[in-house]
Design a protein around this ligand. Structure first.
Ligand code: FAD
Length: 215
């Protein structure tokens, strides 16, 4: 984020630093509004191949679009009537991907077909002819809309060398009074961690203005 907002001399880390980091996975997401119900899909469904090792390799070892993906299907309309019009269902599909993967339109289109086939084959729910609303979100959107390096969906990976004090700090070392929060700083990735990060940033700001809190 600081790369988007600050001139080079006001950044605490240069481009080499950010380019040498390890990023958490990105994702291919399809948001679908469909006619009719999608029974027997529940609110949460995980579709797992019998051998999921290749997909892990394709995320972490040799980045590629997975041939036989493990993915998450979420159907909020199964538990909340307000999220889809009467007679319709709303769902999204999330396929974890390596960050930085090329996601051109032909690749996404091919993958859409693959996932719709896979959902039909593995869950018995054929969505294709019933889709009335469709949005896709992938590596490029994470990069362009959220300024997420390499289009990561999650932030800076939790590797040993990117843990605790080895993650970028909340206080900017380059600009007085500038604080960072969220999944690229401490303590890490995910909503609970990012809420804690916000609290730490607020506390750092208060402490810098008013001194350490007295017990
Ligand atoms: C599909 C998906 C599912 C997830 N599921 C879970 C889950 O089940 N549980 C969990 O714990 N975590 C989950 N996460 C991770 C979690 O959502 C993130 O780790 C967390 O939201 C990151 O918070 P953040 O504040 O760092 O960034 P964000 O929530 O991304 O907020 C950053 C904000 O900064 C804005 N911004 C970017 N650039 C600029 C700019 N130049 N000027 C102004 N504003 C800018 C963006 O628009 C955005 O609103 C999921 C993430 C994704 C993508």
């Amino acid at each position: 984020m600081e790369r988007e907002l600050l001139p080079d001399h006001e950044r605490q880390y240069d481009d080499d630093y950010w380019e040498s980091r390890t990023y958490a996975p990105s994702a291919f997401l399809m948001y679908l509004g469909v006619e009719g119900d999608v029974d027997p899909l529940a609110h949460h469904t995980l579709v797992l191949p019998e051998n999921w090792d290749p997909h892990f390799d394709e995320i972490f070892e040799r980045p590629a679009w997975p041939d036989d993906p493990a993915y998450y299907l979420c159907v909020p309309s199964q538990t909340d009537d307000s999220v889809a019009p009467d007679g319709h269902s709303n769902l999204f599909v999330l396929v974890p991907l390596a960050p930085g993967l090329p996601d051109t339109e032909p690749v996404r289109e091919r993958y859409r077909e693959k996932i719709l086939d896979d959902v039909a084959e593995n869950t018995g729910v054929d969505l294709r002819e019933r889709i009335v609303v469709e949005e896709r979100f992938c590596v490029s959107e994470f990069a362009d809309r959220y300024n997420a390096t390499e289009g990561t969906a999650l932030g800076l990976a939790h590797t040993l060398r990117q843990t605790s004090l080895l993650r970028p700090s909340i206080r900017s070392s380059a600009v007085d009074g500038l604080y960072f929060t969220g999944s690229f700083t401490t303590p890490g990735i995910g909503v609970p961690m990012c809420l804690i990060s916000g609290e730490h940033a607020a506390n750092a700001l208060i402490e810098d203005r008013e001194g350490p809190a007295t017990p």
